[in-house]
Design a protein around this ligand. Structure first.
Ligand code: NAD
Length: 253
C-alpha cells in the first residue's frame, strides 16, 4: 500500500514504539489518529508530529473498551475521510511475579496485550470490508516466538497475537492484510519499569540479544509491512543483529 494520502489509527501512540510508528506514518504522508489511554502523552505525540509537518488527531482510547476502539476508527473516517491502516500497538509489560500475584495482573496483561488486539482487529476488519480493504499491523514481540521465563503471561499474550495474525492471512483475498511485528527489547519506558533489579536484568538481556532497538527500528518494520502488498499473515522479526526478517511459517503437514 502506498502510504501517502492514507489515514491510520495507531494505538499506544502516546509513547515509545507507537509514537515512532505514528511519526513514520506521517513522514510518509499519512494522517494519523493518535489513540492512547494517556491523554497527556497522546497530545504530546500530536504536537511532536505537528512540529514535523504531520497531520494527526488525539483520541482518548482504552483498547480494552470496544466502544473506544470503534470511536477511534470512526474518528479516522470522520476527520480524514478514509480508514486504511490500523496499528494495534498499545501494550503493557508484566511486572508481578505470577505465582505471588494477588492482584490478578495477569488478566490485565491478557486483556490489553491479546484480547484488545483481537477485538480491534475484529472491528477494523468489519469496517475495512465495507470500505474495500486495508492493512492491520499488530505489535507482538519476540516474546511471542520465544519463551520468556520472567514474563510468561506476556509471552503467552504475544504468542496469541502472532498466531492470530498469522491465521488471518486469508483475508488478503478481500484486500485486507493482517501482519504482526516481533521486536526484541526496545528502548521505551516499558523496559525501564523494573527499578534497579530490572535495569540489571535488562543489561544481561541486552548482551543476549546483541543490544537494544530504538523505537524507530520497529517503526521501519511496520512501514515495510504496510507498504509490501505481498505480506499477509506475515510475522516480522526486528532484531539488533539481523535487522528486519520474517519468521518462517511452520508447516507440520
Ligand atoms: N519495549 C520493548 O522492548 C518491546 C518489545 C517488543 C514488543 N513491545 C510491544 O510494543 C508495544 C508498545 O510498547 P512500548 O515499548 O512502546 O511501551 P510504552 O509503555 O512506551 O508505550 C505503551 C503505550 O500504550 C499505552 N497504553 C497502555 N495501556 C493502554 C490501554 N488500555 N489503552 C490504550 N493505550 C494504552 C500507554 O499509555 C503508552 O502510551 C507493546 O505492545 C509492547 O508489548 C515492546
Amino acid at each position: 500500500m502506498e502510504i501517502n494520502g492514507k489515514a491510520a489509527v495507531v494505538s499506544g501512540a502516546g509513547s515509545g514504539i507507537g509514537r515512532a510508528i505514528a511519526l513514520a506514518l506521517v513522514l510518509k504522508g499519512a494522517k494519523v489518529i493518535v489513540a492512547d489511554i494517556d491523554e497527556k502523552a497522546g497530545r504530546e505525540t500530536v504536537d511532536l508530529l505537528g512540529a514535523r509537518g504531520g497531520v494527526s488527531l488525539f483520541r482518548r482510547c482504552d483498547v480494552t473498551q470496544t466502544e473506544d476502539l470503534a470511536a477511534a476508527f470512526a474518528a479516522c473516517l470522520d476527520h480524514f475521510g478514509r480508514f486504511d491502516i490500523v496499528c494495534n500497538n498499545a501494550g503493557i509489560g508484566e511486572r508481578e511475579d505470577l505465582f505471588g500475584d494477588e492482584t490478578r495482573e495477569f488478566e490485565r496483561v491478557i486483556d490489553i496485550d491479546l484480547t484488545a488486539v483481537i477485538d480491534a482487529t475484529r472491528i477494523a476488519v468489519r469496517e475495512m470490508r465495507r470500505l474495500g480493504g486495508g492493512v492491520i499491523v499488530n505489535t507482538a514481540s519476540m516474546g511471542g516466538l520465544l519463551p520468556m521465563p520472567n514474563n510468561p503471561v506476556y509471552a503467552a499474550a504475544k504468542a496469541g497475537v502472532v498466531n492470530f495474525s498469522r491465521s488471518l492471512a486469508y483475508l488478503s483475498a478481500e484486500g485486507i492484510r493482517v501482519n504482526a511485528v516481533c521486536p526484541t527489547f526496545t528502548d521505551t519506558p516499558l523496559v525501564h519499569q523494573g527499578g534497579e533489579e530490572g535495569e540489571a536484568r535488562l543489561e544481561e538481556l541486552k548482551k543476549l540479544v546483541g543490544g537494544i532497538l530504538r523505537p524507530g527500528d520497529v517503526a521501519a518494520g511496520v512501514i515495510e509491512l504496510v507498504e509490501d502488498d505481498s505480506k499477509a499473515g506475515a510475522i516480522m522479526r526486528v532484531t539488533v543483529n539481523r535487522g528486519l526478517d520474517y519468521a518462517r511459517e511452520i508447516r507440520p503437514f
